[in-house]
Design a protein around this ligand. Structure first.
Ligand SMILES: [Zn+2]
Length: 400
């Protein structure tokens, strides 16, 4: 049997080996990492990581794609949705990312995207920063390994939201909530209401088959305290989920879809293209995407929300919003387009009407954009039985 002294020596040996492994890995990563790029270019060459993104300008979708570099986005929660969100923003060339999470990577996270088994045990923010910096060294990263709901961390969190912009001292452009519990959402809500900070909320249900995103503009649209999203409101008491051996289900598919619709909304909001969603749900069971807009609730429990509503009201009275001018639909057609494929909206008003079903009972201020269509009786055509042989039938068809 080995003595305690021998075991200690063995542990030291293994620790040294681990350090060497890590060093080797990081130097390998540095060898493969690309140099920083001073200016985004639209040049179509295989070595340009931004050529496909800058092509959005040529296609008439985005006026000024390189503006993406001027924005700072805070991602709170680097789990199943947050990590993929951070990766998408990094690949899109966002100016700065601030990551907040207090968890460690675990093997139990491997059913989701982004993290890898060799990162188990590392803090999520550290592991994420390593991967993301390697993917795109042009992005500025700032990471915070703490729980924003504790008092000290909350004060620090508020400070970073107001001062952690691309230029130190300026606020971030957007806060994204990718957390998995009510308490953390309320903390983000409180901070953003107090600071008048625009943010987007995201969530996936405990049974892994539905999710949502929501844009919150303090004083203008419903905050999290005005009306928590139905998906979250309907979830099981989260304290029962924290017990050992009891956990929420999760799917990489649903989390990937929610991260996708979240970042799509972020890009549209920041770069000013398409229409930004106030609320977009995803129901995987029916493949249904409900959208709606929610006004702020004048009786909201959050005093800063009520203050922001007052300020918004007086701002609107002073500068009434101009009626939105209907935009011309730009039809992008490739020059060599023998099939005449056009890129335009594929749903007509009539189709939307036809897809309307019963409206759910919703609180005041909430309107439904779409409803689940009532299931139609499937009048499937049946094939009558016949004595004819297959050859005869084929011959008949040829004659037709
Ligand atoms: Zn509110």
């Amino acid at each position: 049997m080995a003595t305690a002294e021998e075991l200690k020596r063995r542990v030291r040996e293994l620790e040294n080996e681990l350090i060497k492994c890590k060093q080797r890995r990081s130097s390998e990563e540095q060898v493969h990492a690309r140099a920083k790029i001073e200016k985004m270019s639209a040049e179509v060459v295989d070595s340009n990581p931004y050529s496909r993104l800058m092509a959005l300008k040529r296609m008439g979708i985005v006026d000024n794609y390189e503006k993406i570099r001027s924005f700072a986005v805070a991602v709170v929660g680097v789990g199943g949705v947050g990590s993929v969100t951070a990766e998408m923003l990094t690949r899109c060339g966002i100016g700065k990312l601030l990551l907040f999470d207090y968890d460690k990577v675990e093997l139990a996270n491997m059913n989701r995207l982004f993290f890898q088994p060799h990162q188990a045990g590392l803090s999520k923010v550290e592991a994420a920063e390593n991967t993301l910096r390697n993917i795109n060294p042009d992005v500025v990263f700032e990471t915070h390994n703490y729980n924003i709901t504790t008092m000290d961390s909350f004060t620090h969190f508020m400070d970073r939201i107001s001062n952690g912009g691309l230029e130190e001292g300026k606020p971030v452009d957007l806060v994204l909530s990718c957390v998995d519990n009510f308490e953390a959402r309320m903390a983000i809500n409180t901070a953003c209401n107090e600071l008048g900070q625009v943010w987007m909320e995201s969530g996936v249900s405990e049974n892994a088959v539905s999710g949502h995103i929501q844009l919150i503009i303090p004083g203008e649209t419903a905050c999290f305290a005005c009306a928590p999203p139905l998906v979250v409101a309907a979830s099981i008491d989260e304290k029962t989920l924290k017990k050992d051996g009891v956990c929420a289900a999760s799917l990489p598919t649903t989390m990937g879809v929610v991260a996708g619709i979240l970042v799509q909304n972020v890009l549209k909001y920041l770069l000013g293209f398409g229409s930004v969603s106030y609320y977009l749900g995803y129901n995987a069971m029916q493949d249904f995407f409900p959208t709606m807009a929610m006004k702020a609730n004048p009786q909201c429990d959050d005093q800063h929300c009520r203050r922001q509503q007052e300020e918004y009201k007086s701002k609107v009275t002073e500068h009434p919003k101009q009626e939105a001018v209907e935009e011309e639909v730009v039809v992008v057609v490739h020059e060599e387009n023998e099939w005449g494929i056009e890129v335009v909206s594929e749903v007509t008003e009539a189709e939307l009407q036809a897809a309307s079903g019963p409206e759910p009972d919703l609180p005041e201020g909430i309107t439904v954009a779409y409803t689940i269509p009532e299931k139609e009786e499937t009048s499937g055509q049946t094939v009558e039985e016949t004595d004819q042989s297959l050859e005869d039938l084929m011959a008949q068809m040829r004659k037709m």
